[in-house]
Design a protein around this ligand. Structure first.
Ligand code: C5P
Length: 406
């Protein structure tokens, strides 16, 4: 219920992507928002007001001139207690209107009459040539200059059969973008590298050794960092999780691959957060072919080699270059307070996040302890995204005091 207490004005303009606006409306209400739908006349040719009314649970506004509507000041009133306006889909024509302050229908008038500080967010949706047309590009730039936020568009196959930029973002991505727009931009301009998930150490081409990490905490940290305005690279072991919107993901399997991907990306990063549950050892005598059962019942003997400690290696770089600011995670099954403080020292990092108990693997909730040079702070039980946001806030405070990160 990320949007509980928020009122969102959802504007629909003419385009095939109106069918996605129905799902978006549902996603917004499921997230706890009160959704006031406003449709242009063109939008009503693509999806009916009845559908949007059923999904939002509110009367839909579509005309400035409907005498049956008791609120003839809707163009002013509706936005006065709203937290944001989201135009999805936003047509090329409507972008042009916004860019020039044209207000010849209810929705465009509402946009112009909205309170100055209220965020206006638009999700363009149009044919690739319309999007790339210099007029639209000029308008897009004008919107950005006016403080209007553009979400997308994405590239891909279009309703018209052409391929390219102009697709509206998916409802789930728009929901994530909207939620992110309410988060403070405490990491704006910062580059953050994050590892997440388990690693998989092959025994042969079809078998391997892994662990119970789901990747949920690392993915939540990546999402929270992106919400805070950072550019995020996520080096991920095998997980079934969806990539947080706007995050660049690099998939790896083994600890060695994770190490190589991190070392390749770490230059120029402001912060490195190692959330992954990296295998301490890999199989030294892994077989190139699938191993067979022996006729005499003898079992294979695996030999192990120690994997590189990615976090310790990045931390060692930091002691020379001064950055990235390194954050480690530790899951202990006992005596976390003593082990956590000792592990922070051993790894040579300024901040270590301890999980209370190893039972956090795969769960949606967690309790964490932050260990730094001043001792420890407990962040009480909450869902992983909430904790990730608190962690990002703590990191931003720590690096703000550091001239290297300015
Ligand atoms: O040493 P331990 O595995 O308990 O430390 C956990 C922290 O170190 C985590 O942040 C984990 O991502 C990181 N780590 C690493 N490379 C390893 C082992 C752990 O980056 N080979």
């Amino acid at each position: 219920m990320e949007l509980t207490g928020k009122k969102i004005v959802l504007g629909l303009t003419g385009g095939v992507a109106c069918y996605k606006a129905a799902e978006l409306c549902r996603a917004l209400t499921k997230a706890g928002a009160t959704v006031q739908v406003v449709m242009t006349d063109a939008a009503t040719h693509f999806i009916t007001a009845v559908t949007m009314q059923a999904l939002s649970g509110q009367r839909v506004y579509s005309s400035q001139w409907d005498p049956r509507v008791d609120n003839n000041m809707a163009h002013i009133d509706v936005t006065r207690d709203a937290d944001a306006m989201l135009i999805a889909p936003c047509s090329a024509d409507f972008m042009a209107k916004l860019a020039h302050g044209v207000c010849d229908d209810l929705l465009s008038t509402m946009c112009l009459a909205r309170p100055h500080a209220m965020p206006l967010l638009v999700a363009p949706a149009m044919n690739v040539e319309m999007w790339q047309n210099p007029a639209t590009q000029r308008n897009a730039q004008q919107l950005r200059d006016d403080g209007i936020t553009l979400f997308g568009p994405a590239a891909g196959e279009q309703a018209c059969g052409e391929v390219g930029l102009g697709r509206m973002l998916e409802p789930q991505q728009l929901l994530e973008e909207l939620i992110a727009s309410f988060q403070p931009k405490v990491l704006a301009g910062k580059r953050i590298l994050i590892t997440a998930g388990p690693t998989f150490e092959a025994i042969d081409p079809v078998r391997g050794i892994t662990n119970l990490s789901s990747g949920k905490m690392g993915y939540a940290v990546a999402r929270a960092a992106r919400e805070a305005g950072a550019e995020v690279i996520l080096v991920s072991g095998p997980t079934a999780l969806a990539t947080p919107h706007g995050v660049q993901r690099i998939n790896v399997q083994s600890a060695q691959q994770m190490h190589d991907a991190v070392m390749e990306s770490v230059g120029g990063q402001h912060v490195f957060i190692a959330v992954a549950a990296v295998a301490d050892w890999r199989v030294a005598n892994a077989s190139d072919q699938k191993m067979k059962k022996a006729a005499d019942g003898s079992v294979p003997e695996l030999k192990f080699l120690e994997n590189p400690d990615i976090l310790a290696k990045v931390a060692a770089r930091t002691s020379v270059a001064g950055y990235p600011y390194c954050v480690g995670f530790a899951a202990e099954s006992e005596n976390l307070l003593a082990f956590g403080a000792a592990k922070r020292e051993k790894k040579g990092i300024p901040l270590l996040v301890g999980n209370i108990g190893h039972h956090t693997f795969g769960q949606d909730d967690n309790t964490i302890i932050l260990f730094d040079e001043n001792g420890h702070t407990i962040l009480p039980r909450a869902d992983k995204l909430t904790l990730a946001r608190q962690l990002i806030s703590e990191i931003s405070k720590r690096i703000a005091a550091h001239s290297l990160f300015q």
